[in-house]
Design a protein around this ligand. Structure first.
Ligand SMILES: [Zn+2]
Ligand SMILES: [Zn+2]
Length: 367
């Protein structure tokens, strides 16, 4: 079958809208009619060449939609179900999966078609690689069963879509990766979609102090609405001065948890240096390939730690439903995170907006 999709063929070039071919679902695959897909920094990084991967491809990995067809062996969803999809699909059999870390699945190939097999998606007979094994900037997606989770039909699909990446990553970074404790002090560098989600996660966890740091004053105002208790303006000319000193002062000696929601070595370093003894710095944003992170090892005497964070250490099939419960209870605000809505034809505009650093989340909506 055919579907309009945003195809990416060359680093630095705009995406083009093409009619792609989508194969029929195999036994463990699900065909979803995409309703909405958030635009994530990973999509933009990829299009700029900061994250490398096979092309041509269709980006997009933060979607929600309605199941249109299922393969013969699919049991978890049926036609008509509302679903969200996440790239954290899993085999269910490897050591990581069996240890309760399906987001680190070591045999993800089980969720893909074999090399040389008919591709799930193609353009004029040429294979398109599925970005994040999803390729969601497309009217339809053909994905592995474990990529999708059924959600209640009364949840707006464009809000639910954000749970596919930003919210799972950010809220999960606070609740799963860092395990923020009630009463702790937290710093969040960069308050776009991921940073706002970290703030909301820290608030849900009961953090006493949540300090947001960003270069854009308007985004700091936004951060307050989502739960930041304090804000600091970053950048060399900021009246707030050196963020490490400012954070130490505000927190009375250092924060318990610091999150780099952008993925810039300089910010990761500031996260580490701003910690209280025994504190934890969590690198949530993807640091571009080739860049290095250097820290003064003297800080390890204070038992400070740095950890990576992949997709909020999620168990998507459990976490996504928990986050949507928080949403229904008014404890997690998804609606206000969406600052811009546009159609698939405006995909390049959406990429530019996100890259400008001035918005929280843009969502591509489909008719
Ligand atoms: Zn993402
Ligand atoms: Zn696995």
């Amino acid at each position: 079958m055919k579907a309009n999709a945003a195809v990416f063929t060359e680093i630095g070039k705009d995406l083009t809208i093409e009619q792609i071919d989508i194969d029929d679902p195999r036994p463990n695959e699900v065909l979803v009619r995409t309703a909405a897909c958030g635009v994530c920094h990973s999509d933009v990084h990829f299009a700029k060449g900061a994250i490398l991967g096979p092309i041509p491809t269709v980006p997009g990995h933060e979607p929600a939609g309605i199941v249109e067809a299922v393969g013969a062996d699919v049991t978890s969803v049926e036609v008509g179900d509302h679903v969200i999809a996440c790239t954290s699909m899993f085999c269910g059999k490897c050591n990581q999966c069996l240890n309760g870390r399906p987001y680190l699945c070591m045999d993800r190939r089980q969720c893909q078609r074999k090399k040389g097999d008919t591709p799930r998606i193609s353009l004029n007979g040429e294979k398109l690689t599925q970005f994040a094994d999803l390729s969601a900037f497309s009217e339809k997606m053909l994905v592995h069963e474990t990529a999708v989770v059924k959600i209640d039909k009364d949840i707006p699909l464009e809000s639910a879509a954000l749970v596919g990446c930003a919210v799972t990553t950010g809220v999960g970074a606070a609740l799963n990766t860092a395990k923020v404790r009630p009463g702790s002090s937290v710093a969040v560098f960069g308050v776009g979609g991921i940073g706002i989600s970290v703030i909301q996660g820290a608030r849900i966890a009961g953090a006493r102090q949540i300090i947001a740091i960003d270069l854009v004053p308007a985004k700091l105002e936004t951060a307050k609405k989502f739960g930041a208790t304090h804000t600091l303006l970053g950048g060399p000319d900021s009246p707030d001065g050196d963020p490490v000193k400012a954070l130490k002062k505000l927190s009375g000696g250092g924060v318990d948890f610091a999150f780099d929601a952008v993925g810039v070595p300089q910010l990761s370093k500031q996260c580490f240096y701003a910690l209280a003894p025994k504190g934890l710095a969590v690198i949530v944003g993807a640091i571009p390939t080739g860049q290095k992170l250097e820290v003064d090892p003297g800080h390890f005497y204070l038992e400070k730690s740095i950890t990576g964070c992949f997709m909020g250490s999620n168990r998507f099939h459990i976490d996504a439903l928990h986050y949507l419960d928080f949403y229904k209870q008014g404890r997690l605000d998804l609606d206000a995170m969406i600052t811009d809505r546009m159609g698939l034809n405006d995909i390049n505009k959406a990429f530019g907006l996100l890259d400008s650093g001035e918005i929280t989340r843009a969502v591509i909506t489909f008719e």
